[in-house]
Design a protein around this ligand. Sequence first.
Ligand SMILES: Nc1ncnc2c1ncn2[C@@H]1O[C@H](COP(=O)(O)OP(=O)(O)OP(=O)(O)O)[C@@H](O)[C@H]1O
Ligand code: SF4
Ligand SMILES: [Mg+2]
Length: 337
Amino acid sequence: MTVGLLERKENMTGLHEPLLEVKNLKKHFPIKRSIFRGSRGTVKAVDGVSLAVQTGETLGIVGESGCGKSTLGRNIIRLQEPTDGKILYKNQDITHFNEGELRKIRRDMQIVFQDPYASLNSKLKIGEIVGEPLRVHRIGNKREREEKVQYLLEKVGLDKSNMTRYPHEFSGGQRQRIGIARALSINPKLIVCDEPVSALDVSVQSQVINLFQDLQEEFGLTYLFISHDLSVVRHISNRVAVMYLGKIVELAETEKLYDNPAHPYTQALLSAIPIPDPVEQKRRERIILKGDVPSPVHPPTGCRFHTRCPLARKICREEEPTFKERNDGRWVACHLV
Ligand SMILES: Nc1ncnc2c1ncn2[C@@H]1O[C@H](COP(=O)(O)OP(=O)(O)OP(=O)(O)O)[C@@H](O)[C@H]1O
Ligand code: SF4
Ligand SMILES: [Mg+2]
């Protein structure tokens, strides 16, 4: 499932119209040090991201903590308003939609959060939690909503008798299933999954990942799957985007990216994954990056990875590499690749 990022390719093939397109998206948060001094610079959480997501695919987003994954996800479904750039949903520019306009597209876009403990209202019964989006969007009458909730609970592997119980009576994995049922209630097309299994025991993670895959197949869902766990992302994604300090440095089909990472940062990230085969593990060298991730308030000049890149040279400090498509269909931002 290869999908080009820019209009050029879509127009050329005429085959695909992406469900979602993001063009040079930026989200800068003002830093307020004191109410007297006002704003002091900005955190450049997302700083020029372009990507396209095809209907029915899973695009994985990986990168270290603080690189802007969640901010990207939240801006895409307009839980936050972008600072700059464009978000096109089904070819419609939703970048600056107001609340009234957003209501119409909110049914299509849902989010599943990392922490199934914090994201469910502990005072509500499961039936109320799962049915809440239906109520908010005034879908169906009470009996129809109840039937839908029962159906959804069964779809996510929970018995409908759980309707009258409270979140604290469930395990982390079960709560995440409840969160997924809630997200599904209004038949969304796109679901942003923000570290949806990171808080779960490893033994439960694969069950929830399988559930995501089954539901995708059954309902034709499209996922933006955010995680710092490279193995989880490899398992579920058709394509993967690697973020560093607010930018995508590489985007490619999953197998291409993992088998043969092109960007020096992707290479370093992947070199840290343990390989079950000891011979292969020995053959592959672990790349240890020097220093810490720089601050997104003052990102480095030129290529923002230059302060840690083992291959950095003069041009890297001076010129920002463009994010462009290579011959093999992958997108990379690096002067040397
Ligand atoms: N509301 C906000 N106000 C100010 N700064 C913010 C806000 N939200 C995020 N940031 C900053 O933006 C940067 C990106 O944060 P974000 O949460 O998007 O990263 P992330 O990749 O999701 O990290 P993690 O893997 O830890 O979840 C961080 O420096 C963070 O401190
Ligand atoms: S542009 Fe230079 S610093 Fe940046 S990743 Fe490529 S080689 Fe490294
Ligand atoms: Mg996050």
